[in-house]
Design a protein around this ligand. Sequence first.
Ligand SMILES: Nc1nc2c(ncn2[C@@H]2O[C@H](COP(=O)(O)OP(=O)(O)OP(=O)(O)O)[C@@H](O)[C@H]2O)c(=O)[nH]1
Length: 347
Amino acid sequence: MSDTKIELERKLSSLLENSRVNTEIAQKLFDIETQILTCTTSQALLDQLLSSIKDKFNLTGIYLLLAEPTPISYLLSGNMQSSWHQQNSKNIAIEQLQKIHPERKPFLTNELDVLRSILPKSLTAQAQSAALLPLVIEDKLFGSLLFTDNDKQRFQPNLGTLHLEQLAVKVSLCLSNALIREQLEYMAHYDRLTGVANRRLMEVSINEELIRQRRYNVPFSLLFIDCNKFKQINDTYGHDCGDKVLTYVATQLKELIRENDKCFRYLGDEFVITLASQTYQEALLACKRLTEFFKNNPMPYQNTYLPITISCGASASDGIKTMEELLKQADEQLYLRKKAEVINEDI
Ligand SMILES: Nc1nc2c(ncn2[C@@H]2O[C@H](COP(=O)(O)OP(=O)(O)OP(=O)(O)O)[C@@H](O)[C@H]2O)c(=O)[nH]1
């Protein structure tokens, strides 16, 4: 065979091999997309996405680098944080992120020294090459998806990045969709000012508790809470201060109740707390505890402390009363207490 023919055949088989590899990659990406389309929350989406990518592409490591504040910061804080996030994500400075993706393109390297300051310790031992994919939501670069491999040739700077670019865009799009859905859900069920659940969610929650109470005969009680002389606070210190008071009250109430209990903003300066599995006597004790807390803990405001007091009433389910009747009963008790407390305060 002539040299030219051999050379041609070599080129042809290399082209065929490239095409086979590309089809394989495209199929894997399609599988990942199909899997993540079923995720309804951004947290589930991230968990699913990252484990699928790691498995399908046989990566040594995968990591999420985020520049605070990000549209998904809330996922990575406090008790919303999944174990995956604790182990596989970290914050980096936005300036560092912009240096890696100046044109919002993937960055490939097998000189890992350049990533020394951002490469997590858990990945350094095995990493020989790395790829970083920019994550963008609403035209804002907010993170980077970091892949590492123990093969130095895998992510070389001179390789094409079309597949990685497509993956980055898809991850960003899917995250953005999940976030929009979550935001809509949040707006429908949570009060914007105080962050506690709203009356709509309260109705769902109480009805669920009533069904549980009847089926399993477990106690269920609730508290109705109202801030005292709240109008006066608005009138004296202004509406902004009134807003701060409502947020303070809601935040403290949430802190003061047990994990299973829930706090809702009912209307204006009124809140409802549901006490799962608690009797009427226990609800009365809770009323006392909450009322006393506010008496003893005025709200820090500007350079002083603002006295805030609440009135509280309780009711408990007997298996017959409706949600409306329970709320009314607790509200009536609150009203009687408020009258007594206000008279005491005025004396
Ligand atoms: N700042 C602020 N005020 C609100 C908000 N929602 C309702 N309010 C005000 O809350 C006040 C509630 O007034 P009232 O129901 O008379 O309550 P109160 O002054 O605490 O009276 P008592 O309950 O009898 O002590 C009204 O003036 C409303 O305008 C809000 O989101 N922010």
